[in-house]
Design a protein around this ligand. Structure first.
Ligand SMILES: *Cc1c(COP(=O)(O)O)cnc(C)c1O
Length: 373
């Protein structure tokens, strides 16, 4: 693989991976097309088993998307209208969309400044008699501190569901995310660290009762023989995505290692620049660097400067959810989540994917170093 010095540095790209593994992907697709089974077959069962095992959970239940994984997780816990779910506002919209889809209300807490993750210290003060569930988001690929949250969940008799969409393979105290709460919800949207060639998601759990419920809910409430035991939905994983994901699961750890190498190169190259704050990896965590997100008080200028030099960046996310027009009805005012709101104006995600070359990383580092506000 050779990339020209003048070509743009892409923020994310799957085409290098595709050209490297094209024959294997096409052979897998042919195997599935020739098998006579396209939905919820052996490939799905194998991937569910392998992925749950990877996460340290007993069972995996494959679905259409990460949003559905969150929605069905909350459904399976009987969370609905009148209930409150505590989460963060610096997340992808689907975290909140899933809470609303079951009819519950999101309650936002502020985040830690350095990790951008849910601050456990903020949680107690928003717990009400309606609170049913904590929904932390392992944002950017780093695990939220689970111990304090598990303790609160235990003391207050709350469920804990993990939004693991950005964090497949991330670890907290040597354990993979997804196995701490009642249910871990994953997305395999193409840009995620373990990405499909389309939409896909999974719930993992080690509770046999929840597993059975989740399997029913994704398939019209059916246990067997087209008889619905309870009102359910249609959210299935297909054989093609499962086969391709299973192949990619086998190289997830090496992909994560490569991401960590790139992050270390950014850390070294960008250390000590005035006005730039680098992401931190907390002790006891293994960050898988879905995103490498820096902070700058001149973020918009820096973004434009990098774009002029052919370097793509993104802002994840420019507007916290509580301030979006679509969620104004929740009643939050500007200023209600000060850290979250400040971070939204400073964060910038640099190019990050395993096939990024050393030369490309060097170009990004040199460009950020040259920037003068
Ligand atoms: C991607 C993502 C989701 C939703 O996943 P989809 O597969 O796109 O539905 C949920 N939460 C977070 C934090 C995400 O990044």
């Amino acid at each position: 693989m050779s990339k020209s010095d003048a070509a743009p540095v892409r923020y994310w790209d799957y085409l290098d991976d595709y050209s490297t593994f094209r024959e294997q992907y096409l052979a897998l697709a042919d195997t599935v097309f020739s098998s006579g089974r396209l939905i919820l077959g052996d490939r799905v069962a194998a991937f569910e088993k392998n992925f749950a095992g990877y996460c340290g959970a007993t069972s995996g239940i494959g679905v259409n998307s990460g949003t559905d994984a969150l929605f069905l997780a909350l459904k399976a816990l009987d969370i609905g209208p009148g209930d409150e779910v505590i989460t963060v506002a610096n997340t992808a919209i689907p975290t909140v969309a899933a809470i609303r889809a079951v009819g519950a209300s999101p309650v936002f807490v502020d985040v830690e400044e350095d990790t951008c993750l849910m601050a456990a210290s903020e949680v107690e003060s928003v717990i009400s008699p309606r609170t049913r569930c904590l929904l932390p988001v392992h944002l950017f690929g780093q695990a939220v501190a689970m111990e304090p949250l598990l303790e609160i969940a235990r003391d207050r008799n709350l469920y804990l569901v993990e939004d693991c969409a950005q964090a497949a393979g991330a670890e907290y105290l040597g354990r993979k995310v997804g196995s701490f709460g009642a249910i871990g919800a994953f997305s395999f949207y193409p840009t995620k660290v373990l990405g499909a060639f389309g939409d896909a998601g999974m719930m993992v759990t080690s509770d046999a009762g929840l597993e059975a419920r989740l399997r029913r809910l994704r398939f019209y409430g059916i246990d067997a023989d087209y008889h619905s035991e309870e009102e359910g939905y249609n959210s299935r994983l297909d054989e093609i995505q499962a086969a391709l994901l299973d192949f990619r699961l086998a190289k997830l750890d090496s992909d994560v290692s490569r991401r960590r190498e790139i992050a270390a190169a950014y850390d070294r190259g960008l250390a000590g620049i005035e006005g730039i704050t680098l992401p931190v990896e907390r002790e006891g965590r293994r960050h898988q660097y879905y995103l490498y997100t820096i902070r700058s008080s001149h973020r918009d200028q820096l973004k434009a400067y990098l774009a002029d030099l052919g370097i793509e960046t993104r802002i994840n996310y420019p507007t916290p959810i509580h301030l979006m027009r679509g969620y104004r009805f929740l009643g939050y005012e500007a200023g209600s989540l000060p850290v979250t709101e400040r971070l939204a104006g400073e964060i910038l995600s640099l190019p990050m994917y395993p096939q990024l070359t050393e030369a490309e990383v060097d170009r990004v580092v040199a460009a950020v170093r040259m920037f003068k506000p």
